[in-house]
Design a protein around this ligand. Structure first.
Ligand code: ZN
Length: 139
């Protein structure tokens, strides 16, 4: 089964910065010419993650608030003792979220819900330039 890999860069602000990357994934899918299969969306790095959400202003506040409860920024992390980079919270959040997502496509279109967008969330404590990897398998 044919496999095609695409990559694109993304500049983020960090601090649980949420980006809708659905348009980039769809553009890459069209470029492959594949009709039916799956795409794995993966972020290289241990302080960011990928998921889906309804990309609207309320949830763009609710989701960071939920992560702040799960892994608060202002508590002690052993990771920060190790490296002193102050982003222990970001590693924990990224691990909870996961670095990849699989999305099926059919007839050349992503099988997302109407109110479901693919998002990259950057948790790090500084702006980052990320590389997003898309691996398509299909025919
Ligand atoms: Zn770190």
């Amino acid at each position: 089964m044919p496999t095609k890999t695409e990559k694109f860069p993304l500049s983020t602000k960090g601090f649980t910065d949420i980006h809708d990357i659905t348009p980039q994934v769809l553009t890459a899918l069209k470029k492959t010419g594949l009709q039916d299969g799956t795409v794995t969306v993966f972020v290289s790095g241990s302080t960011a993650g990928v998921t889906t959400i309804e990309y609207e202003p309320g949830l763009l506040k609710d989701l960071p608030a939920a992560f702040e409860k799960l892994a608060p920024m202002n508590i002690r992390y052993h990771h920060d003792d190790t490296w002193g980079d102050g982003n222990g919270y970001a590693h924990v959040r990224a691990a909870l979220l996961g670095a990849s997502l699989v999305v099926p496509f059919e007839n050349g279109n992503l099988l997302l819900g109407t109110w479901q967008q693919i998002v990259l969330i950057d948790f790090d404590n500084r702006p980052r330039r990320r590389e997003i990897v898309l691996q398509f398998m299909g025919e």
